[in-house]
Design a protein around this ligand. Structure first.
Ligand SMILES: [Zn+2]
Length: 523
């Protein structure tokens, strides 16, 4: 308790007196506890445990030999109790009791145990008697004389060391001040060097909130660097050979009352490309208005510039990597999804499926599970393709609440089947994702994905046309296809032709998450 109080000293640095008090009381209680423990360890009850058997043994033996009842043990214990409870000089009683006991024991059949027990008793109880003897006093005086001689010797050594330290600390040193050598014989600090060099720098001024001088020379006295390292404390010590460079002190601004106001940040759309994500979260700026306490002048300054929130569209920079992202919308679909999964597997291709939530039911759940199991990325393409309001496949035709629900319900449909949290990457129906929709749902998603190549497979242009579109891929492209929403047999046929072709060209087929690992192209 005392310790924690000293730790909580308001200054955070317990006073010396406080420390002593705490330590002292701690020691006192420790010692008193120790002496208590000491007593207990050689107390009758303790001895009963250690020596008790020997006492009983001896007593039994004695009783057997004397034909008594073995009460000696009890007598010895009683005398012990007396010895420890009577102060300050109960030892004689104890001694005699112990002697009597020992005598009786030895006159009976002394055991090694009883001898050991008695020795220990005499060790604690006889010592004070010896100390009071003439021999004890003489020894004590000799001990004190030896101690005195030791103290004198130590004091002499301390004085000698002190003298050397005193001499060393007072020996002059030479330092360089702005390139000139200066000897310092008294204080050896930065401040002393400044004074010894005749104040080689000019003090700054006290200025008002507009920067106009109120009082000359009332600013910072100087700024400095020692051996090239800028310093702040002029009482810093210097040593032989240090190079100090002083420069003029800075101004100090008058005290002022100030108020801060936020400067709202702006929202900007930036860039082009198939990956859409918030690039910079943005932050409000700060405008500070202050009124000088001396000058009474009021100024307003921007103390922190606002940071724009950037809605960024970008192309991934895949460098030399020939990678493309195949994406399939509007599934899962009873027949085509499985066929597409087979073709992907045959070509070591990973793809991303943008699923429609209300198409995920008992009959299609296995397709979603298979997509996950085979390493594809499963994302939402909203709950009902944004058709819930009956106004078409466009989130921006829906209320803000409906927009959010389209995404949360779409994600839940996936996680209900997979048992895992759904990807926060989405594709908006029809690719309609204006910034106002984005701002409304941005906390629900990490990215919205567009495309570089639209195969227009949903128009059913024939498998050759779809295959040609896929074959035109360049590194980093996102390719839009559909595994649902109608008969996708043309898409299936096109993939059978185009994937082996691209693979032969050295392309790999990766997921959107993998594509997003690449840096942004700066366009
Ligand atoms: Zn769609």
């Amino acid at each position: 308790m005392s310790t924690s109080r000293s730790g909580n000293h308001p200054s955070g640095r317990p006073s010396v007196a406080g420390k002593r008090t705490v330590h002292g009381s701690g020691s006192a209680s420790k010692y008193s506890r120790d002496s208590y423990v000491g007593r207990r360890s050689s107390s009758p009850s303790a001895r009963r445990t250690i020596g008790g058997s020997s006492v009983a043994h001896d007593a039994d033996d004695a009783a057997r030999m004397a034909g008594g009842t073995g009460r000696q043990g009890a007598i010895a214990d009683a005398s012990d109790t007396g010895r420890y409870s009577v102060a300050p000089d109960p030892s004689s009683t104890g001694r005699y009791a112990a002697d009597r006991y020992a005598g009786r024991s030895s006159s009976g059949r002394p055991s090694v145990r009883s001898g050991r027990t008695n020795t220990r008793r005499s060790g604690t109880s006889y010592e004070p008697l010896f100390d009071e003897s003439a021999d004890g006093i003489g020894r004590s005086i000799r001990r004190r004389r030896a101690l005195t001689r030791g103290v004198i010797a130590l004091a002499a050594i301390a004085v000698a060391i002190g003298g050397v330290v005193f001499f060393m600390s007072n020996a002059p040193i030479t330092v360089s001040v702005n390139g000139n050598s200066i000897d310092l014989s008294g204080a050896k600090t930065v401040q002393a060097a400044f004074e010894a060099a005749g104040e080689p720098a000019k003090a700054g001024n006290l200025v008002d909130v507009e920067g106009a001088t109120l009082e000359e020379g009332k600013g910072y006295q100087f700024s400095f660097a020692v051996n090239g390292q800028p310093g702040t404390d002029p009482t810093s010590p210097l040593k032989e050979g240090d190079a100090v460079v002083f420069s003029d002190g800075g101004d100090i601004e008058e005290e002022s009352d100030s108020t801060d106001e936020p400067i709202p940040h702006e929202t900007v759309d930036q860039g082009y490309g198939p990956i859409h994500m918030v690039d910079n979260p943005g932050a409000d700026g700060v405008k500070t208005t202050k009124t000088g306490k001396i000058s009474g002048k009021t100024v307003t300054q921007t103390t922190a510039e606002p940071q724009d929130r950037v809605y960024r569209r970008y192309y991934p920079d895949t460098g030399e990597d020939k990678v493309v992202a195949l994406t399939f919308d509007d599934g899962p679909w009873d027949t085509s999804t499985a066929e597409i999964l087979d073709i992907l597997k045959a070509n070591d291709a990973k793809a991303t499926f943008f699923t429609v939530g209300n198409r995920i039911d008992d009959s299609t759940a296995d397709l979603i599970k298979r997509e996950v199991a085979e390493g594809h990325q499963v994302c939402t393409h909203t709950w009902d393709h944004a058709a819930g309001s009956g106004q078409g496949v466009n989130l921006s035709f829906m209320s803000k609440d409906e927009q959010r629900e389209e995404i949360t319900k779409g994600m839940k449909a996936i996680s209900d089947v997979t048992g895992q949290e759904a990807s926060k990457v989405i594709r908006s129906p029809g690719g309609n994702f204006p910034t106002e929709v984005w701002m409304n749902v941005e906390d629900l998603i990490t990215a919205e994905i567009g495309w570089d190549i639209d195969t227009e497979d949903w128009r059913k242009p024939g498998s050759d046309a779809i295959a040609q579109a896929i074959k035109c891929a360049t590194p980093g492209d996102v390719i839009l296809m559909h595994d649902g929403g109608g008969d996708r047999s043309e898409t299936v046929e096109a993939l059978k032709e185009a994937l082996p072709y691209l693979k032969k060209q050295g392309f790999r087929f990766i997921t959107i998450d993998e594509l997003m690992q690449y840096p942004k192209k700066d366009i």
